[in-house]
Design a protein around this ligand. Structure first.
Ligand SMILES: Cc1ncc(COP(=O)(O)O)c(C=O)c1O
Length: 375
């Protein structure tokens, strides 16, 4: 029996569509998950090897090298300087997302607000702390119930939407007025498709949002997507030093430490912008190719889907995500139904850009050949 009334793992429900897609004579194009497929850059792999003599336990707070690198990354992103005490490496960002409410003292009877169209782990995080998750529209804080903690996700997974500086300020002000904490998951921040780098995807800790005061605020970021490092489990938390200190205490007791070689690899990856730009260009081409193909079939990528690793696709006359999943599966293409991301996400499918150029081209050609409504 699952503890804490955790829901069934939703991906099991996709097995029949996967089987159908896999039976395509030219093979499956799996665009259902956001797992990177391009190689880890050589200089990062070399850094991992160089630091492989690691007999001692790593420290939870991270090496000074990695914390300096995190601060430099934050400076480039226009974030308030939180000092070395305001940053730690985490073992990928999913564990940080999942356990942060518990680590920050959220308890049974408390309320955690989660985006209404969202990555499922925010809901799980609330449940792991025994709290109640409540889905909300991140653009309308005036409509929210009281809560102890709010999850923000910008750029959003699955919908690719980005919160502006005024929208983030409104969230911060709402939270301040109530003493609530805000955790902003920004793991797709490097993948904005419109405008210029810093302006296109502002951070919750952007000085224009937080007025240089990080109290009550934490940003989570991951190197999984920007650096093809998902297998390393390399991510970070950045924010209010008082909250980070509390998290560090719990992590010490629980033994949640990032391996020393991974910390060194992260340090080099965080200060190098060129490999991130290169990877982004790969995704840009895949995105443009897929958008062109789905539009020929009468489908559309949501107008607010302007960042991140996914297209957020719908058709004006189809309200059932599973119907869309089935139409794609008949072409040998596996996509994820909106239903996995909340009640408000139904009617869409999420199409990941994380497949090889060859698989993206195969998928695009199949869609174009099948034509409107996929024939
Ligand atoms: C919104 C969001 N947050 C967090 C994660 C976790 O990433 P990781 O644990 O690889 O850092 C993902 C992974 O897909 C994600 O989509």
């Amino acid at each position: 029996m699952l503890p804490l009334a955790l829901p069934d793992f939703p991906w099991n429900a996709l097995a029949p569509a996967k089987e159908r897609a896999a039976s395509h004579p030219e093979g499956i194009c799996d665009l259902s998950v956001g797992t990177p497929v391009d190689p880890t850059p050589d200089f990062i792999r070399e850094a991992l090897c160089q630091a492989s003599d690691a007999p001692a336990y790593p420290q939870v707070i991270g090496t000074e090298e990695v914390r300096e690198a995190i601060l430099e990354w934050g400076r480039r992103r226009g974030m308030v300087d939180v000092g070395l005490a305001g940053v730690i490496p985490t073992i990928g960002s999913k564990e940080a997302v999942a356990w942060i409410p518990l680590m920050l003292g959220v308890r049974p009877g408390d309320t955690v607000l989660v985006p209404e169209v969202a990555y499922p782990t925010y809901d799980i995080a609330a449940r792991l702390a025994g709290a109640q998750p409540i889905p909300v529209d991140l653009r309308r804080p005036e409509s929210w119930p009281d809560a102890q903690l709010v999850y923000v996700n910008t750029p959003g997974n699955p919908d690719g939407s980005v919160l502006t500086v005024p929208q983030l300020r409104a969230i911060r002000e709402w939270a301040r007025a109530r003493g609530a904490l805000v955790i902003s998951d920004e793991c797709y921040a490097a993948l904005g498709w419109e405008g210029k780098a810093v302006e296109e995807v502002p951070s919750l800790l952007d000085v224009r949002v937080c007025d240089s005061d990080p109290s009550g605020l934490i940003v989570l970021y991951s190197l999984s997507k920007q650096s093809n490092l998902a297998g390393y489990r390399a991510a970070l938390a950045y924010g209010d030093p008082a909250l980070i200190a509390q998290i560090v205490e719990v992590r010490k007791h629980a033994g949640l430490m990032v391996p020393t070689p991974v910390q060194h690899a992260m340090s080099l990856a965080l200060v190098d912008e060129s490999h991130v730009a290169q990877q982004k260009e790969r995704y840009r081409k895949r995105r443009e190719r897929l958008i062109a193909a789905i539009e020929t079939a009468g489908l559309r990528n949501d107008k607010n889907s302007i960042a991140g690793l996914y297209l957020w696709v719908s058709h004006p006359s189809i309200v059932d995500s599973w119907k869309l999943v089935d139409l794609f599966a008949r072409l040998g293409i596996l996509v994820a139904p909106g239903d996995f991301y909340g009640e408000a996400a139904k009617g869409h499918v999420r199409v990941a850009l994380t497949a090889s150029d060859e698989r993206i081209e195969a998928a695009a050609k199949r869609i174009e050949t099948a034509g409107p409504f996929f024939g």
